[in-house]
Structures are given as structure tokens and as C-alpha cells.
Design a protein around this ligand. Structure first.
Ligand code: P6P
Length: 339
């Protein structure tokens, strides 16, 4: 039983990654050290998010706290914690955060070979109503010790060596891929360890759910409108799909990964590049989807092939079950032929 194994053969995320990394004789444990610092950040955010509601109740959040300082917003606090954890790992050379306009070049004495792009607390506007939110991260690796530049992170998502997210919901679940499949770990608060609970996650080849903000329907392009129409009024007599849209990317993507279907944030007339950010939202989730047997498409190309020009570039995204994304790609291809 998994439960028994959990009790006696604790497969923690650290042990799991060490096992994986030991397959590479040249690896010196640097990635495992980096990951452990990301995990530390996730544990901190998990405990802060769980208290956020309470903090609001007892008047801590957003007001003057006992030290007489302005209580920081949770996403600002989370950002600071991740930056400190990543820098102190001594394994990073450049960081890109959703919260910081400019990339952070790590001081030379603390530099390593990894570049981490992350959204410390995506969907944080949902905290007050208790909707699940999350941290999203992607990891690139530089080849040598040159002076870090933006070029090191303005790379297509397919160059990532790892990506993942941590969802802060009814439980704290960290989903990770290092390029060979996807595995999920759940925080056991009594141990303070992430335990392997979802080994080798594979997204269903086809799903019964579509996930998109229907409020943007008037601005959609033809193929998106057509695909959603087909979900609601299938032409082949199959049952209509269900709409599930939480409005928190990590929660919507986690459901899509486990249950199948599609998650979409399309381009539209108002936002021609969509809303979600390429480096630290679209790429990590696309990396996970492909590693779980799914697909990720921008409307024009494979999402992981996109080359960002600026660190906060946005990109449209259609991701999820392999067959469902094939349908969307066919609709865009047909549109392309008309033009
Ligand atoms: P909309 C949250 O603000 C977020 O960045 C993602 O987590 C989420 O998928 C998206 O925006 C929701 O955007 O426009 O549908 O409210």
C-alpha cells in the first residue's frame, strides 16, 4: 500500500530527486540543492497562505503589525522569501520574478549554473476568497561561468531542464518534472516533508472538460470561438463537455493534468498576446503537459518553441489532453489556409 510505504519507506521529494540525479554520473548534487531551496520557499508560502485568512481576521494582514511595520502583501513576502532562498542556495546566477520589473543578477560569490524564472504567488487576488493559488517555476542551466545576461533566460521553454508548481489548497501539492515524466508530492505537515503521492502522472489522451474565461468570448478569434462552440454543441453526437474555470492558473492546470481536457488563455482583440506570461506561467505549465503526454500550443506554434524577447512577454496558450489540442491545432491550421 502507498500508505504503508509512506509510513516506513518515506519517498520524500529530496530522496526522489537524488535517485533521479544519481543516474547522471557527472551530477554533483547541485540540482538537488537548488530544488531543496525551492522546496523551502514553498513550505514557507504554504504556512503563510494558510494563516493569511486568520491573519486577516486578527488584523495582521495589510495593517501595522506588532513590530510596527506595514504587514507585507503575501505575494511580496513570498517573492522575498524565494529570492533569498534561491540566492542562498549558491546554485543560481540569474532570477526572473513576476514581481520584479528587472531580472536579478546574483552576486558573483553566490553564483551557480541555474537560472530560475518564477511567479512566487500566482493568482494571489484569490487569497481572500479561499481559492487555491500557487507558485510556478522554470529552471534553465547555463553552460559555463560567463557574466549572466538576459540572453541566458530569453530562451525557448524547450531549453528548460526542469519546471513545476506548488499549489496551496486543501493540501499543499508540488508537481515537478525534470524532463523525464511528471511526479506529484504532497506536504505532510507533521513531517514537514513533501511525500511522493502522484507517481508518473499521465494526462488522459482526451478529456471531457474545457477551461476558459467565457467572459472574453466577444473578443475571441474564429478558431477559439469554433472550438468552444464544438465543446458545447458537439457535431459528432458526443456529449457536451463541462466548463470548469477557477481563474487561478495553478488550480486550473492541476485539474487539467489529473482529469484531462483543455485549459486556454487565448489571444483576443483586446490582448493580442493573451494575458499569461511566457517565461514563468506558459513555459513551466507547457513543459509539464508535454512530459505528462499532453500538448501546449500558442495558436501559432508549439508553446515550448516560442522565443521570448522580453522577460515579461505574454503568450496565448492552449494546453491539455493530446487529442483535444490536436483539434485546436487543426482549427487554427484551417484558418491559416483561408488567409
Ligand atoms: P482572467 C490570475 O490573476 C491569473 O494570472 C492566472 O492565475 C489565471 O489563470 C488568470 O490570471 C485569470 O485571468 O482574465 O480570466 O481573470
Amino acid at each position: 500500500h502507498a500508505a504503508d510505504a509512506h509510513r516506513t519507506d518515506l519517498m520524500t521529494i529530496t530522496r526522489f530527486v537524488l535517485n533521479e540525479q544519481s543516474k547522471y554520473p557527472e551530477s554533483r548534487g547541485d540540482f538537488t540543492i537548488l530544488l531543496n531551496h525551492i522546496v523551502l520557499g514553498c513550505k514557507f508560502v504554504c504556512s503563510s497562505v494558510n494563516k493569511a485568512g486568520l491573519a486577516k481576521l486578527i488584523g495582521l494582514a495589510g495593517e501595522i503589525n506588532i513590530q510596527g511595520e506595514e504587514q507585507k502583501k503575501l505575494d511580496v513576502l513570498s517573492n522575498e522569501v524565494f529570492i533569498k532562498a534561491l540566492v542562498s542556495s549558491g546554485r543560481t546566477c540569474i532570477l526572473v520574478s513576476e514581481e520584479d520589473e528587472d531580472a536579478i543578477i546574483v552576486e558573483p560569490s553566490k553564483r551557480g549554473r541555474y537560472c530560475v524564472v518564477f511567479d512566487p504567488l500566482d493568482g494571489s487576488s484569490n487569497i481572500d476568497c479561499g481559492v487555491s493559488i500557487g507558485t510556478i517555476f522554470g529552471i534553465y542551466m547555463v553552460k559555463d561561468d560567463h557574466e549572466p545576461t538576459l540572453a541566458d533566460v530569453l530562451q525557448p521553454g524547450k531549453q528548460m531542464v526542469a519546471a513545476g508548481y506548488c499549489m496551496y489548497g486543501s493540501s499543499c501539492t508540488l508537481v515537478l518534472s525534470t524532463g523525464k515524466g511528471v511526479n506529484g508530492f504532497t506536504l505532510d505537515p507533521s513531517l514537514g516533508e513533501f511525500i511522493l503521492t502522484h507517481p508518473d502522472i499521465r494526462i488522459p489522451k482526451k478529456g471531457k472538460i474545457y477551461s476558459v474565461n467565457e467572459g472574453n468570448a466577444k473578443n475571441w478569434d474564429g478558431p477559439t470561438a469554433k472550438y468552444v462552440e464544438n465543446c458545447k454543441f458537439p457535431k459528432d453526437g458526443s456529449p457536451s463537455k463541462s466548463l470548469r474555470y477557477i481563474g487561478s492558473m495553478v488550480a486550473d492546470v492541476h485539474r487539467t493534468l489529473l482529469y484531462g481536457g483543455t485549459f486556454m488563455y487565448p489571444a483576443d482583440k483586446k490582448s493580442p498576446s493573451g494575458k499569461l506570461r511566457a517565461l514563468y506561467e506558459v513555459f513551466p505549465m507547457s513543459f509539464l503537459m508535454e512530459n505528462a503526454g499532453g500538448q501546449a500550443f500558442t495558436g501559432k506554434q508549439r508553446a515550448l518553441d516560442l522565443v521570448p524577447t522580453k522577460i515579461h512577454d505574454r503568450s496565448p496558450i492552449f494546453l491539455g489532453s493530446y487529442d483535444d489540442i490536436e483539434e485546436i491545432k487543426a482549427l487554427y491550421a484551417a484558418e491559416g489556409k483561408k488567409e
